[in-house]
Design a protein around this ligand. Structure first.
Ligand SMILES: *[C@@H]1O[C@H](CO)[C@@H](O)[C@H](O)[C@H]1NC(C)=O
Ligand SMILES: CC(=O)N[C@H]1CO[C@H](CO)[C@@H](O)[C@@H]1O
Length: 409
């Protein structure tokens, strides 16, 4: 999402009641689930800008809170111009680099993955990056700093858009080659596509991205998907309760047809029942296709979000209050047990394990929950492959949201 598009929609009723915790305890099919940790990319009209005024770094204590809840991946956006000023072939700014490393090392020190995200939309000082060799030089610099940390993930760039399609392909390939040549051979690389890397337009825009090659075979396509009418992630209203599923089906089929895997690097929804159904419908469909979907990341946490409609920042972000308990069942390391009805997302279930699924061989499906009985409000109650309860606790009824997901509403 473009920061300039963000609507700080402070809702008068800012703390809507959290949805009851209702999902039954089960194992997530995802390898990763987490949040963007926004801050260091703020103030992009002020380069380099001043720490504490124009930008900030994520708060490690709130990252720890989300980590304790079971999240195991955090995306750290930053600006290329602040890290490597003046020219992409230049040297890193020592202070900004040290702060980036400190944030990344904190995250990976908890056992989670840190996504190093140049939040630049394929641009450097507002000009589209056209030199693959300069871009490769930038990635040589960055990757060499993190080459020895296996829990770092390199995200080539945030949301390429309005660029030549072959250029987007070539920039990604240049980044991959540079990262591997810098000695970072064990880490995952996330490649983003054109048109803001949207899942809903992936097949029509980014088909050529299947040509990317990675000598380490740890390439993951990062897609983003918002559920408001224009897909920009600027409204707390979702199109309808199935829009999450609707918008990722074609990309899912593309991944399967081409033997690729993906990560949903940005998604969110407003704190209301339509969006909650759309979000859970999308995530359930992704889990059922976990051969190609490795996980997802909420947009966004970060200390400066205030009343932002999607803020996942503990303790008072509206999404933290409303969505954490809804998302917890999808956390890979979590031991979510649900059912306490205690409301806000204050549950802390310490995650100590990390799965090690390697793409693209996983065939895990979460749709095989055993069990009979009655599903709770918001719980899944049907859908292709579902073997769990199909009746709902009174007064809720089981409603088909899509062929893969029926929910007690
Ligand atoms: C939701 O909106 C999408 C896009 O307009 C549409 O294709 C889909 O059928 C809608 N779903 C429902 C349940 O109305
Ligand atoms: C999922 C998510 O929140 N992604 C965001 C990560 O941070 C960048 C920088 O602000 C945003 O542009 C992304 O939308």
């Amino acid at each position: 999402m473009k920061f300039s598009n963000v609507i700080l929609a402070a809702s008068a009723s800012s703390l809507v009641l959290a949805a009851p915790k209702s999902k039954t305890k089960r194992t997530s099919a995802f390898q990763w689930f987490g949040a963007n940790e926004s801050g260091a990319e703020f103030g992009n009209q002020n380069i380099p800008g001043t720490l504490g005024t124009d930008y900030t770094w994520p708060d490690t204590s709130t990252i720890q809170t989300l980590r304790n809840a079971g999240m195991n991946i955090f995306r750290v956006p930053f600006l290329m111009e602040r890290l490597v000023p003046n020219q992409m072939t230049g040297s890193p700014d020592p202070t900004y680099l040290a702060d980036l490393k400190s944030t990344v090392n904190f995250i990976t020190g908890t056992g989670a993955y840190a996504v190093v995200d140049p939040h630049n939309y394929g641009r450097y000082y507002n000009n589209i990056i056209t030199s693959t060799s300069d871009f490769a030089a930038f990635w040589t610099t960055v990757a060499s700093q993190f080459a020895s940390n296996p829990r770092v993930i390199f995200d080539t760039n945030n949301e390429y858009n309005n660029m030549d399609q072959t250029l987007v392909l070539n920039l990604n390939q240049a980044a991959i080659n540079a990262i591997r040549a810098a000695g970072a051979t064990s880490q995952y690389i996330f490649a983003e596509g054109n048109s803001w890397t949207g899942a809903w337009t992936w097949t029509s825009v980014n088909d050529n991205m299947k040509q990317l090659t990675d000598p380490s075979n740890k390439l993951v396509y990062e897609m983003h998907q918002y559920l408001d009418s224009d897909g920009s992630g600027t409204s707390d209203q979702c199109v309808n309760s199935t829009i999450g599923y609707d918008r990722i089906v074609s990309a899912t089929q593309w991944l399967q047809a081409n033997g690729k895997v993906a990560f949903l690097g940005e998604f969110a929804g407003g704190s209301n029942s339509v969006c909650e159904a759309a979000v859970t419908g999308m995530l359930d469909y992704m889990e059922q296709n976990s051969d190609v979907w490795l996980g997802a990341e909420w947009w966004a946490a970060g200390p400066w979000w205030g009343n932002y409609i999607y803020s996942m920042e503990p303790p008072s972000g509206i999404a933290y209050q409303n969505y954490l308990s809804i998302l917890e069942p999808y956390f890979p390391g979590g031991s979510y047990s649900g059912g306490t009805g205690s409301g806000s997302g204050s549950t802390t279930t310490t995650a100590t394990t990390t799965t090690t699924k390697v793409p693209p061989t996983s065939t895990t499906s979460s749709a095989s929950s055993t069990g009979t009985g009655v599903a709770q409000h918001w719980g899944q109650c049907g859908g292709q492959g579902w073997t769990g309860p199909t009746t709902c606790v009174s007064p809720y009824t089981c409603q088909e949201l899509n062929p893969y997901y029926y929910q007690c509403l």
